[in-house]
Design a protein around this ligand. Structure first.
Ligand code: GLU
Length: 441
């Protein structure tokens, strides 16, 4: 059964970069009728916070990315300890005692000599007595996985054939000196035991994948299909990593971005498929194809979310936005005509308020000097209420007959006088909502 997982660390809010990972894994599972697991990677007790676990769930729920079950790494520590024991037994695990400063020095020396900064395995052959002495002096060491120095190869779902020389990679630390299990082994144990068949994650994990393939092999597990998506950059190709903090999903929600807009963009950005607004999740699932994604860095511009949001809002019926319409202050009896007027003239739902204010309070009229007489003449011709969808047409027809003006010369001064703006909703739908004018009649 196709099984995927989204595995955030609850050390912060999730952002557009995380969403891309989540969405790809979600869509693969749903397209195959499989299972999508939300896995909380919380082996770091200091940095993991319950508030972030809740926030991650809220953000995914907001987007409709429903998971089939939740797994928490902090509840599976005994499984990781077992795996560690097994690696010890088969001679693929060794304790190392270098301090961070010592490691740093080694790296610098290697770099100075033009060599890649790969851990030199100095601890591999330490005699037991020396280990004892180091342990007494420095406390427990870290545990490193001993890589087999051979090429590690896989066919990546996005990057194609990958081949990495294990000798160019440091033996990864899987357990810290304080006993904390690190992601590299926890993830392998989970993926294997939970039957994860497909792992999509960012290309910053490619080297991890190489080492994890060897760990999976050593533990006798089955390797999932791996795919690594490109990382997002800003609109000019600039690194986004520092700005991702400001692109948290909850900030976008705050700014009025609609879920379907965000999903439509993130599910296709960086693929050869066009980014278009999709009607619903089913449509996204249907058209999703991992092999259409490219390896090149993917440009992301937060501004692209707003036209998609506007387009999505246009497609909604009153019942889907009735709360927002009421929140803007619109009385229930005017909700329907108000939404019909406003829907094509908003970027986010927050804009409804401004349109209702215009309806309610009117606007500072914008009248050019040469139109002054014309506007007064026209105002005198405004028919008696109640206003309806015909009023604008009847009125402007009458104004045309009396003044001889037509086209833009007729409509624009009236629009500007009534709304204070040169552009906006269709006047026929707006006029019946203008409370000031209604009241005058
Ligand atoms: N917790 C890891 C991360 O957020 C998960 C990576 C993975 O998908 O394996 O980077």
């Amino acid at each position: 059964m196709t099984t995927t997982r989204f595995a955030p660390s609850p050390t912060g809010y999730i952002h557009v970069g995380n969403l891309r990972t989540a969405l790809m894994n979600y869509l693969i599972a749903r397209k195959a009728g499989g299972i999508f697991i939300l896995r909380i990677d919380d082996t770091d007790p200091e940095r993991s916070k319950e508030e972030y676990v809740d926030a991650i769930k809220q953000d995914l729920e907001w987007l409709g990315l429903n998971w089939d079950r939740v797994e928490r790494q902090s509840e599976r520590l005994d499984r990781y300890a077992e795996a560690a024991d097994k690696l010890r037994e088969i001679g693929r695990f060794y304790e190392a005692f270098e301090t961070p400063t010592e490691l740093d020095l080694k790296r610098k020396k290697q770099l100075n000599m033009g060599k890649p900064p790969v851990y030199d395995r100095a601890a591999l052959n330490l005699p037991d007595a020396e280990k004892e002495a180091l342990r007494a002096e420095r406390g427990n060491g870290v545990w490193r996985f001993k890589l087999n120095h051979e090429r590690i190869e896989w066919t990546d779902g996005i990057l194609g054939d990958i081949s990495i020389d294990a000798a160019s990679v440091s033996d990864p630390v899987l357990i810290r000196g304080d006993g904390q299990v690190l992601y590299t082994i926890a993830s392998v144990v989970d993926d294997t035991e939970m039957g994860v068949t497909d792992v999509v994650r960012g290309s910053d994990h490619v080297t991890n994948t190489a080492t994890q393939i060897q760990i999976i092999d050593a533990l006798g597990g089955q390797c999932p299909n791996f795919a690594h998506h490109s990382l997002l950059t800003g609109p000019q190709g600039e690194a986004l990593s520092k700005r991702l903090g400001t692109l948290a999903l909850r900030d976008l929600r705050e700014q009025g971005v609609q879920p379907m807009a965000l999903l439509s963009l993130m599910a296709r950005l960086g693929s050869s498929d066009p980014v278009e607004l999709r009607a619903d999740m089913a449509e996204l699932v249907d058209g999703f194809d991992l092999s259409r994604f490219g390896a090149a860095p993917t440009k992301f511009d937060v501004q692209d979310l707003f036209p998609l949001t506007a387009k999505h809002l246009q497609s909604l019926t009153l019942s889907e936005v009735s709360d927002a319409v009421a929140d803007a202050g619109v009385p229930p009896e005017l909700a329907e005509p108000f939404w019909a007027m406003a829907r094509k003239n908003i970027t986010t739902l927050a804009d409804l308020k401004g349109w209702w204010e215009l309806c309610q309070d009117g606007a500072e009229p914008l009248i050019d000097d040469e139109d002054r007489d014309f506007v007064s003449e026209a105002m005198a011709l405004l028919p008696e209420g109640p206003f309806d969808g015909e009023t604008w047409g009847d009125w402007t027809k009458a104004v045309k007959e009396v003044t001889g003006r037509k086209g833009k010369g007729l409509f624009m001064p009236l629009r500007k006088a009534l709304t204070g703006m040169e552009r906006g909703p269709e006047m026929a739908t707006l006029l019946p909502l203008l409370q000031v004018i209604r009241a005058r009649n």
